[in-house]
Design a protein around this ligand. Structure first.
Ligand SMILES: Cc1cc2nc3c(=O)[nH]c(=O)nc-3n(C[C@H](O)[C@H](O)[C@H](O)COP(=O)(O)OP(=O)(O)OC[C@H]3O[C@@H](n4cnc5c(N)ncnc54)[C@H](O)[C@@H]3O)c2cc1C
Length: 417
C-alpha cells in the first residue's frame, strides 16, 4: 500500500498525521512544490509586521518525517494524474504509483495583468518565498506601499506594512473593504479604525497601471492621479490549483468536487483544503471555503477515510476572523440578506453601540428561527455560541434566542449538542 499526499500545508499535514495514526506500516509520501517544511501562511503577515520571527511560522519540529516514517519530496510540481494506472506525474518527468491519493494543493493568488505588474517590487503574498522577498524590499528601505485589493490577505498585508512604518494606501475596486466577509456597516467601522492607525483607502477604483521602468515608482488610479510607491502587494483573491488536473477526468467546478467522505469522483483519490469544493453547511450548496480550519479538518477526515475509515465530513463553513490594531472582527455563514429573501422568511437583527470610543457591532441573520450567519465587531465573546448554533442548524424558540444572546448563552449550546 502506498499513500501519496500532494501538498504539505494545512490539509496535507493533518492528513499524513491521521494516516499514520491508522496505518503504521505502509509507504507514506508527500509531494510538494515548495522547498519548505510545513508552515503557517496565516502568520506570514505577522512575520512581515515584525511581530514574530520567521522560525515561528513552522508548524512541526524538524523530526516530523522521521517520527512518521514519512518521505517528503520537496520542489516537485504535480501536473498530471493517470487514474487508470494510479500514477501521479510531475513537471520534471517523475512518476509515482499510488494506492490512495490525496490532492491538497491549495490555491494560488489571482494575478493582475495591467502594465507594470511584472516589475520586481510587485508581489502577491501566498508563500514563504513571497514573504521573504517582500521582507527584503522592506529591509532595503521601502517607504511607500500600495496594496491592491480589499480582502483579508490585502488588509493583513497593509497592517504589516504599516507596522513596519511604511506609508500605506489600499486601493479597492468595490465600494467597501472585506466585501466577502462583512456588510457595509462593519466594513466602515474597520476601515475607520485602520485609517486612524495610519492606513489610507481609495474605494470604488480600478488600478490602471503600475509606473516605473526597472523599479516600481507608483500606481496610477486615474490619468491625473499616481500614488507614489516603491512596493506593491496585490491581493485580488485566490483560485484553486486545479489547472494541471483538467484532463484527468475529475468533476471540477471552482475546485475539485468531493462527497461527504471527501472522495473525488475518481477511484482512490480524495481532495481536501482550498482545492476542494465541499458542501457548505449554511448556503446548502457546494463551495470552496478557503480557510485554514476547513483545510485542517478536511485533511484529517480525508486521511482517516483513505485508511478505510467511514468518517463523514459534515460540511464547511465560511468563517473569517481578524484583529487589526486591537479591533476584532469575525463573520460566519451568511452576512448579508440574500437577493431572494422574500422566498425564505429571512430577517436580520443589528445592534450598534459605543463603549467609550470603541464601536461594538453585532448582526445576526435568521432564516425563520434558524441562525444562518453573524458578524461581530469589537466584541467576539459570543462567537463560539453563535457558531455552534449555526452548525446545529436547528430552530430556536424566542426564549432560547433570548437566552442565547444573553450572557448565559452557553446553556443553550449545551442543550443543542
Ligand atoms: C497571507 C495569508 C493569510 C491568511 N490568513 C488566514 C487566516 O487568518 N485565517 C484563515 O482561516 N485562513 C487564512 N489564510 C488562508 C489559509 O492559509 C488557507 O486556507 C490554507 O493555507 C489552505 O491550506 P491547504 O493545505 O488547502 O493549501 P495551501 O496552504 O495552499 O498549501 C498547498 C500545498 O500544496 C503544494 N502545491 C501546490 N501546487 C502543487 C503542485 N502542482 N504540485 C505539488 N505541490 C503543490 C504547495 O507547495 C503547498 O505545500 C491566509 C492565507 C494567506 C496567503
Amino acid at each position: 500500500m502506498t499513500y501519496i499526499v500532494v501538498g504539505n500545508s494545512a490539509a496535507g499535514l493533518f492528513a499524513v498525521e491521521e494516516i499514520r495514526r491508522h496505518d503504521k506500516q505502509s509507504e507514506l509520501i508527500i509531494l510538494t512544490a515548495e522547498q519548505e517544511p510545513s508552515y503557517s501562511r496565516c502568520l506570514t503577515t505577522y512575520f512581515l509586521a515584525g511581530d514574530i520571527p520567521v522560525s515561528h511560522l513552522y508548524l512541526r519540529n524538524s523530526d516530523l518525517a522521521e517520527r512518521l516514517n514519512l518521505k517528503i519530496v520537496y520542489g516537485v510540481k504535480v501536473n498530471g494524474i493517470d487514474p487508470t494506472q494510479q500514477i501521479v506525474r510531475s513537471s520534471d518527468g517523475q512518476e509515482w504509483h499510488y494506492s490512495k491519493l490525496l490532492l491538497a494543493m491549495g490555491s494560488s493568488p489571482k494575478k493582475i495583468t495591467i502594465p507594470g505588474a511584472d516589475l520586481p517590487e510587485v508581489f502577491t503574498l501566498r508563500t514563504m518565498v513571497d514573504a521573504l522577498a517582500i521582507n527584503k524590499v522592506l529591509e532595503r528601505g521601502a517607504q511607500k506601499a500600495v496594496v491592491i485589493g480589499g480582502g483579508l490577505v490585502s488588509l493583513k498585508s497593509a497592517y504589516a506594512l504599516r507596522k513596519r512604518g511604511l506609508e500605506v494606501t489600499v486601493v479597492v475596486s468595490s465600494k467597501q473593504i472585506l466585501s466577502q466577509m462583512l456588510d457595509q456597516k462593519a466594513a466602515e467601522i474597520i476601515q475607520k479604525h485602520l485609517r486612524i492607525n495610519g492606513i489610507n483607502f481609495v474605494l470604488d477604483t480600478e488600478v490602471k497601471l503600475i509606473t516605473g521602468n526597472d523599479h516600481v515608482k507608483g500606481v496610477m488610479i486615474s490619468p491625473q492621479t499616481v500614488l507614489a510607491a516603491d512596493l506593491v502587494i496585490v491581493g485580488k483573491g485566490v483560485v484553486p490549483n486545479v489547472g494541471g488536473l483538467k484532463d484527468s477526468g475529475f468533476n471540477i467546478g471552482r475546485g475539485l468536487k468531493v462527497d461527504s467522505s471527501l472522495a473525488t469522483n475518481l477511484p482512490n483519490i480524495y481532495a481536501a483544503g482550498d482545492i476542494a469544493e465541499t458542501w457548505d453547511l449554511v448556503r446548502q450548496k457546494f463551495m470552496v471555503n478557503a480557510t485554514w480550519p476547513n483545510a485542517t479538518t478536511q485533511g484529517r477526515i480525508a486521511g482517516a477515510n483513505m485508511c478505510g475509515g467511514q468518517e463523514v465530513y459534515p460540511g464547511s463553513l465560511g468563517l473569517n476572523s481578524v484583529d487589526f490594531f486591537g479591533l476584532s472582527a469575525m463573520s460566519v455563514g451568511i452576512t448579508k440578506l440574500p437577493d431572494n429573501m422574500n422566498s425564505g422568511d429571512w430577517k436580520q437583527e443589528e445592534n450598534l453601540k459605543m463603549e467609550g470610543d470603541k464601536s461594538i457591532y453585532r448582526k445576526l441573520i435568521w432564516q425563520g428561527d434558524i441562525l444562518k450567519g453573524f458578524i461581530l465587531v469589537g466584541d467576539s465573546s459570543q462567537c463560539g455560541v453563535l457558531t455552534t448554533l449555526i452548525k446545529a442548524g436547528r430552530p430556536l424558540t424566542q426564549a432560547q434566542r433570548n437566552l442565547t444572546l444573553s450572557k448565559r448563552g452557553t446553556l443553550i449550546v449545551g442543550m443543542m449538542r
